[in-house]
Design a protein around this ligand. Sequence first.
Ligand SMILES: CC(C)(COP(=O)(O)OP(=O)(O)OC[C@H]1O[C@@H](n2cnc3c(N)ncnc32)[C@H](O)[C@@H]1OP(=O)(O)O)[C@@H](O)C(=O)NCCC(=O)NCCS
Length: 208
Amino acid sequence: MSTPLQPKSPLVIPFHSGGELLLRPLTPTKDDRQRCHNAFDRLSPEARMSRFWTRSQHLSDKVVTRLITADQIHDVVWAAIDPNRPWIPGLGGASFWSSNQPAHCAEFSITIGDHYQNQGLGTLLLALLWTIARHRDIREFVAHIRPENKPALHWLGAMGGTSKAEAGEIIVEWPLIPAQRLLASRSATQRAVGQRMKQLEPLLFPNT
Ligand SMILES: CC(C)(COP(=O)(O)OP(=O)(O)OC[C@H]1O[C@@H](n2cnc3c(N)ncnc32)[C@H](O)[C@@H]1OP(=O)(O)O)[C@@H](O)C(=O)NCCC(=O)NCCS
């Protein structure tokens, strides 16, 4: 099998009133290891539970190692960083994991720092990973959501897939349709993802 095309990175894109956002994959460096630990420490207990299913105050080194050593082909982990506020370890991060899933399927996870939620960052990172996943021939995302996590259930539930309750979690699955179809959707949530994909595709894969 030929090596999949790697997305261009880092990307620096305009974000909110004159600001910029740096988007890049996590790397197996001391710096990114520390970033992950620090970013987790800044999360509310609620956000920690929603993404990592833990009440622990600190993220284990084992989990951080998994995040920073993802192969970026089957398992892809990106962070959103504010280049002008280097003291903030990260505004958010998102990942998909296909190596432990059935063919053409990947598990999607995301965390946006509490202070940066509801500003479109989740939509941006979902669009980013959706775009990369389509280049990996992944056709479906699945997310495991806590039943109490109404914002995430509402948001990902709007992506046009199915939801089912199972042993203390809600499993949401949705097809990774192309940006053009998202843009034509009646759902404003889907159109917002489509708009971001349209912006990101030529930046990530300029030669396709
Ligand atoms: C769920 C989450 C990723 C959304 O990220 P975000 O940056 O806030 O999302 P956006 O600003 O792009 O908004 C996406 C949608 O969520 C809605 N939303 C965001 N925060 C919300 C909140 N606190 N309450 C209600 N709705 C909210 C937005 O209105 C938007 O919905 P719409 O498209 O229908 O208008 C973020 O809240 C988060 O990190 N939560 C903790 C971790 C988590 O729950 N992860 C998901 C499980 S893996």
